[in-house]
Design a protein around this ligand. Structure first.
Ligand code: FES
Length: 172
C-alpha cells in the first residue's frame, strides 16, 4: 500500500517523518487492540462454558451391587443405586437401576443398565414373561437385554462387572 501523500509543511514547523505514527493511527490501533481484548474476554469464557468438561477424560464409577453370596444364582435381581457425581461444577446425586443375573448358576454375573434405550424409562423384569418390559411405550427386551419388540432402537446397555472382596461391582 502506498504511503499517503502529505502536504508540505511550513518551513518553521519541522519536517514530516514518514515513520511517525499519527494521532489518528495511534487511536485506531489502540481501539483495535481494546476491541480485540474485549472479544477475547467474552469469547474464552463462552467457549469454555459451551464445551464444559467434554474434553476432559470421562470418569466412570463402580457401584456395589451386593455380596456375591447373597445374589440369587437363577433369578434376575434389581439393584437400585445412588452415588455422588460431579456434573461440570456441581455435585449431583446420580441414581440408576441395574439388573443382575447369572447364566451359569452364580459363577459369573451379567449386569444390565435398566434404562430403556428409547426414551430413558426404567424397564421392569417380568419373571412370567421372561422379559424386561418398558412401562412407557411397551418396549420388550430379552433376559440378555436384546430388543424383542417395541420402539427401543438398541439393546440394554451391558455394564462391566468385577468382584472385589466378595462384592459384585458394576461400572456405570
Ligand atoms: S421409553 Fe421405553 S419404550 Fe419408550
Amino acid at each position: 500500500m502506498a504511503a499517503p501523500k502529505l502536504p508540505p509543511l511550513p518551513t518553521d514547523k519541522g519536517v514530516w517523518d514518514e515513520h511517525t505514527l499519527s494521532r489518528r493511527g495511534f487511536l485506531e490501533a489502540t481501539l483495535g487492540a481494546l476491541a480485540g481484548l474485549g472479544t477475547l474476554l467474552v469469547a474464552v469464557p463462552s467457549v469454555r462454558f459451551l464445551i464444559g468438561n467434554s474434553l476432559e477424560p470421562s470418569t466412570t464409577k463402580w457401584v456395589e451391587l451386593g455380596k456375591v453370596a447373597d445374589l440369587p444364582a437363577a433369578a434376575v435381581t434389581q439393584v437400585n443405586y445412588s452415588t455422588r457425581a460431579t456434573d461440570a461444577w456441581r455435585q449431583v446425586t446420580q441414581r440408576g437401576t441395574v439388573y443382575v443375573s447369572s447364566a451359569d448358576g452364580g459363577t459369573t454375573f451379567t449386569a444390565l443398565d435398566g434404562t430403556c434405550t428409547h426414551l430413558g424409562c426404567i424397564v421392569q423384569w417380568d419373571e412370567g414373561k421372561g422379559a424386561f418390559i418398558c412401562p412407557c411405550h411397551s418396549g420388550y427386551y430379552t433376559r440378555e437385554g436384546e430388543v424383542i419388540s417395541g420402539p427401543p432402537p438398541h439393546r440394554l446397555r451391558q455394564l462391566a462387572v468385577k468382584v472385589q472382596d466378595g462384592t459384585l461391582l458394576a461400572e456405570i
